[in-house]
Design a protein around this ligand. Structure first.
Ligand code: ADP
Ligand code: MG
Length: 686
């Protein structure tokens, strides 16, 4: 249970004064529901002001605070003209306060003639006069609210002002509890950080990077602590040593010889499997490096040892494809592979669940459905996760309940994950690399073309299809909505159908499963030749006869994503091409990024350069796709502090594994504060 001391922070914002339905909506859009969300809604910038007593102390263009005596109100002749109100400083020099539109009526009431007001705003010159348009404060000199020398500017949503948010935040600060310190004292003193509550209060009062670092550190620390607790719990519960006997792997008839890298990786994995400490291994290998076979051997070892394996794919299409390729590679062997996705319902699902429970199904392939609560395995020993950079703590805990012991876990990815990101998602893990492509591949030739040349591109596609070859056509990524993605793909498909008729098919994420499969099958079997798609084909799809890929509006894709897309071609003997169609006008960075794609096929280099080109930007776009486990820490802060946080967490657990000492208790509070309850849960069961 959450410690009581945190209750004020988790209270709904409706417990604050003056939160009605009108303001609840914009707050909801800002994802602010609890007091804690308000307090962690940090300023995005600051307005600085200069306090003056006389107007000549300020320069035009400066934001000032000044006490004025209100003078004459002057409406302009015509109806829509501004209202002008004169105010004079201590020496009688005056400034015009100008109000447009409906603000006029309100200002009239706020600024009665003859009274004093503390006014703030930007001083401008209008003709020979000084003026302030729509002052942002007009307070009575004795009122509690006064313009500040530095005022935070908050990220906003329609329907709420920065000032209003500031008020709500300062009301919330009244409820801020003093929490015990959870950070390592030496870390605190080295960075000269203040206490948590001081930092949280100050970050709304002054612009100071150190404060943000401290508060981000807390989140990173909780993340690392939770992950380490889970790892400890997994080790304590133990896995099952998986010792294969070659009865299946020995009979596997692969249509090729494994590469050196594949063999090495397989033996690294086998070394883990024979231990009772559950494996936690990351397998990085570029697109086309042959990860599927490594997964297969890993799963077969479990089956050889009389246990089960599970293979998780990120999408329905990929799950179907993995299922098909596993079945093909296993033909003739006594291995029962089944598939389970969210789509499978009723009788089929029932019988799959039964087969899993009684052990007659040896390997289960599927989407997230395969780890749902209702899915019971007889004795799951190995789980392979394909292309999921984040497989959360709670998912892992759930998985760990599915075997006799904790299943061994292999995470595969084509996107090179920086160490900091792997740490953030999984904690410390072992890593293997498939740093060698299977032989005989001809690298894909990449061309960049302006969208103005689309007509001649279509001609080129025509010649390609006339030769009996196949191609992908990927449509622009439209960020605002999946609907417009769809419209773009369908529109393009319609145009191409006019030209190429039945040779054209279209596939997108909104299609129902069976419909999607039918389209993919028709394309894989060569019945259709040109597949127009949204990015649903991004990962994994394997059609070796497709040797041309067109990507429209390529400048709007991430480089890692382009690299994945390009990996869909170049899988057969045929020389393949990838045409990146760019907008007519693009900036220098976009140009450099596309040039890099033309220059190299090396996924690691692309990922590295992409990070550099985007500076301290998104960590491989994971934040966009909602895969980042952090809300407060920026990617840069994660990179900088995660190593330190990992050490800090480790040290604490070495000294106080049950988190029962005073710092341990404090750390528990941090886990709850950052909603890493799963980490705490491991302590209870211990
Ligand atoms: P990844 O998942 O790493 O992108 P896949 O496992 O889909 O790659 O393999 C890509 C293609 O290469 C598949 O058609 C596969 O059959 C083939 N392949 C895998 N390993 C080898 C190898 N050692 N020699 C030749 N072809 C291979
Ligand atoms: Mg793959």
């Amino acid at each position: 249970m959450r410690p009581d001391i945190l209750n004020p922070l988790f209270a709904e914002i409706t417990t604050l004064k003056g939160i009605g339905p009108a303001i609840a909506k914009p707050l909801d859009r800002l994802k602010i529901a609890r007091i804690k969300d308000l307090l962690y809604h940090f300023p995005s910038g600051w307005t600085y002001r200069k306090q003056v007593t006389l107007l000549d102390e300020a320069d035009v263009g400066q934001n000032i605070i000044i006490k004025l005596v209100i003078g004459e109100h002057k409406s302009s002749g015509h109806r829509r003209g501004p209202l002008r109100i004169f105010g004079s400083d201590a020496e009688g020099n005056y400034v015009t306060l100008t109000f447009f539109g409906r603000n006029g009526g309100w200002a009239r009431k706020q600024l009665p003639v003859g009274e004093e007001r503390v006014v703030s705003g930007k001083l401008e010159r209008y003709g020979d006069e000084l003026q302030i348009v729509h002052p942002d404060h007009m307070d009575k000199p004795d009122s509690k609210s006064q313009p500040q020398l530095a005022e935070p500017v908050y990220p906003l949503s329609e329907g709420i002002t920065s000032k209003r948010l500031g008020q709500l935040i300062s009301d919330s600060l009244q409820k801020l509890p003093e929490l015990p310190e959870w950070a390592e004292p030496s870390v605190l003193s080295k960075a000269a950080w203040s206490s948590w509550s001081r930092a949280l209060a100050s970050i709304h009062q002054k612009d100071d990077e150190g404060l943000h670092d401290r508060l981000a550190y807390d989140e990173i620390f909780s993340n690392q602590l939770a992950l380490q607790l889970v790892r400890k719990e997994m080790d304590r519960r133990k896995g099952v040593a998986v010792q294969g006997d070659e009865s299946l792997v020995g009979k596997l008839k692969l249509p090729f010889e494994m590469t050196g890298a594949q063999k090495r990786t397989v033996s690294e994995i086998e070394g883990d499997l024979v231990q009772s400490r559950p494996m936690l291994r990351l397998l990085q290998g570029d697109v086309g490096s042959g990860k599927t076979v490594v997964a297969l051997v890993t799963l077969l070892r479990a089956v050889e040892a009389g246990m089960q394996g599970a293979f998780l794919a990120p999408t329905e299409i990929l799950a179907r494809q993995h299922f098909a390729s596993l079945q093909e590679l296993l033909s003739g062997l006594p291995v029962n592979v089944a598939i389970l996705t969210g789509r499978d319902k009723g009788k089929i699902r029932e019988s799959t669940l039964m087969g899993l429970a009684d052990g007659s199904i040896h390997i289960l392939v599927g989407t997230h459905a395969i780890f749902q609560e209702a899915v019971e395995y007889k004795n799951l020993a190995v789980a392979v996760i394909d292309e999921q950079h984040r497989f959360g703590v709670s998912q892992r805990l759930m998985l760990s309940g599915k075997g006799r012991g904790v299943p061994h876990l292999l995470v595969m990815t084509a996107t090179p994950i920086p160490r900091s990101l792997a740490l953030a998602s999984y904690g410390d893990m072992d890593a293997s690399q498939l740093d060698e492509l299977p032989p005989g591949r001809t690298p894909v030739e990449t061309l960049v073309m302006s969208e103005e040349k689309l007509v001649s591109l279509v001609e080129g596609v025509g010649r390609h299809l006339a030769d009996g070859k196949q191609a992908f056509w990927v449509c622009p990524l439209v960020e605002e909505s999946a609907n417009s993605d769809l419209a773009a793909a369908e529109q393009r498909a319609a145009q191409l159908k006019l030209r190429f008729g039945d040779k054209v098919a279209v596939v997108h994420g909104r299609m129902k499963g069976p419909e999607k499969d039918a389209v993919m099958e028709a394309f894989a079997s060569g019945k259709t030749q040109l597949l127009v798609a949204t990015t649903v084909i991004e990962v994994g799809v394997d059609v070796p006869n497709a040797s041309l890929m067109i990507v429209e509006a390529a400048d709007r894709f991430g480089l890692a994503q382009l690299h994945q897309l390009r990996g869909r071609v170049g899988r057969g003997a045929e020389k393949s091409r990838c045409v990146l169609v760019r907008s007519a006008q693009i900036g220098e960075t976009a140009k450099a990024r596309l040039a890099l794609m033309r220059e190299t096929n090396d996924g690691f280099r692309i990922a590295e350069e992409d990070l550099k080109l985007r500076g301290a930007g998104e960590m491989l776009g994971v934040r966009q796709s909602g895969e980042s486990p952090f809300n407060i820490a920026s990617d840069e802060q994660v990179r900088e502090m995660i190593g330190m946080a990992a050490d800090d967490a480790k040290l604490l657990l070495e000294r106080d594994g049950g988190l029962t000492g005073s710092r341990g208790e404090a750390a528990r509070i941090a886990l709850y504060l950052f909603e890493r309850d799963a980490g705490v849960a491991t302590l209870r069961s211990g």
